[in-house]
Design a binder for this molecule. Structure first.
Ligand code: PGA
Length: 249
């Protein structure tokens, strides 16, 4: 079901006290009732965050998980571990995971399968790099990312998938895709989904935009017909800014 969603990606920021304070600050804000809100905290804070946000409209998501169910994978976290602390949503495929941790489309397909097998919801991130945009291959790049990691899924499995288009050149750079660029790509993604599956499925998928979304530009981006919300990095670390973005719908 297509929803308005604003998710914060805290990345590797904040200590435990700061994390708890940010959540308490967010809880004190009025957040629009027709926007689903989630925060992807660092893994060490997830259990506390899940407790802090119980019975609130703020959901908690992991930033990553391992593709295996369990075993000798030092330092890693499994889907069943996340579920056991009340976390049922995970980001997968963030560009920083792809760039710095060598996550390929093929690995991401495995992670997607493991997450779905465990009943997790996925916020699947993808997007082109600057040179790919400059060479005008961005539509092909995005289509390939989706095809390689997600198009083996049955239509029914897509009810657990949220897409997050994040042009790499706009992440943490202060440079945002223009509302027109975001809309153009989101419409492309929906068309690709319609061609691979059908129009009903394409229309049912929430597609978030990520990359330097701020209170000042959120409303314009969210007003685009195929933009269903945002994945927010830097601006999700300030309760006032994050709440303003949620309420920009
Ligand atoms: P940014 O990050 O909002 O700081 O650009 C977005 C993201 O990486 O998800």
């Amino acid at each position: 079901m297509r929803n308005h969603i604003v998710a914060g990606n805290w990345k590797m920021n904040l200590n435990a006290a700061e994390s708890q304070k940010l959540i308490e600050d967010l809880k004190s804000k009025k957040l629009s009732s027709d926007v689903r809100v989630a925060i992807a905290t660092p893994a060490v804070y997830l259990a506390t965050a899940a407790n802090q946000t119980a019975n609130t409209k703020i959901g908690v998501a992991a930033q990553n998980m391992h593709q295996a169910d369990s075993g000798a994978f030092t330092g890693e976290i499994s889907a069943s571990m996340l579920k056991s602390i009340g976390v049922h949503t995970t980001l997968l495929g963030h560009s920083e995971r792809r760039a710095y941790f060598h996550e390929t489309d093929e690995l991401l397909a495995e992670k997607v399968n493991t997450a779905l097998k465990n009943g997790m919801e996925i916020i699947f991130c993808f997007g082109e790099e600057l040179d790919e945009r400059k060479s005008e291959s961005h539509f092909d790049v995005v289509t390939t990312q989706l095809r390689n990691a997600l198009f083996h899924l049955d239509a029914s499995q897509w009810s657990q998938i949220i897409l997050a288009y994040e042009p790499v050149w706009a992440i943490g750079t202060g440079e945002t895709a223009s509302p027109e660029q975001a809309q153009e790509m989101h419409a492309h993604i929906r068309a690709v989904l319609a061609a691979q599956y059908d129009d009903a499925l394409a229309q049912s998928i929430s597609i978030l935009y990520g990359g330097s979304v701020k209170p000042a530009n959120a409303q314009e981006i969210f007003s685009q017909p195929d933009v269903d919300g945002g994945l927010i990095g830097g601006a999700s670390l300030k309760a006032d800014d994050f709440a303003a973005i949620v309420n920009a719908f």
